[in-house]
Design a protein around this ligand. Structure first.
Ligand SMILES: [Zn+2]
Length: 101
């Protein structure tokens, strides 16, 4: 999986299609990513103490990595990522502008 935590991604399917947001967590085993404010599910929180009100909070749910596209921080375009090897070091490169990301 090429997308990492902290990357900006473009959502390409679902109700948040077209939005760009930051990856909060990458879940490589499940091929899923948790993206800030995307795919939010309503969660009902019960009052913990007497006199407190129950609340409805929006919690982002992970979405499949195939539903997002990496957005290059250098050229700002949604792109695919490639890898480049130099002196046993591995870099991710933007396929559009060829810069290291
Ligand atoms: Zn680029």
């Amino acid at each position: 999986m090429k997308v990492k935590k902290g990357d900006n991604v473009l959502i390409i399917s679902g109700k948040d299609k077209g939005r760009v947001a930051k990856v909060l967590r990458a879940l490589p085993k499940e091929h899923r990513v948790l993206v800030e404010g995307i795919n939010a599910k309503q969660k009902h929180v019960r009052p913990k103490r007497e006199g407190e009100k129950g609340q409805v909070v929006a919690v982002p749910a992970p979405l499949n990595v195939s539903n997002v596209k990496f957005v290059c921080p250098k050229c700002g375009k949604p792109t695919r990522l490639g890898y480049k090897l130099t002196d046993s070091k591995k870099f991710r490169i933007c396929k559009k502008c060829q810069s290291e990301v």
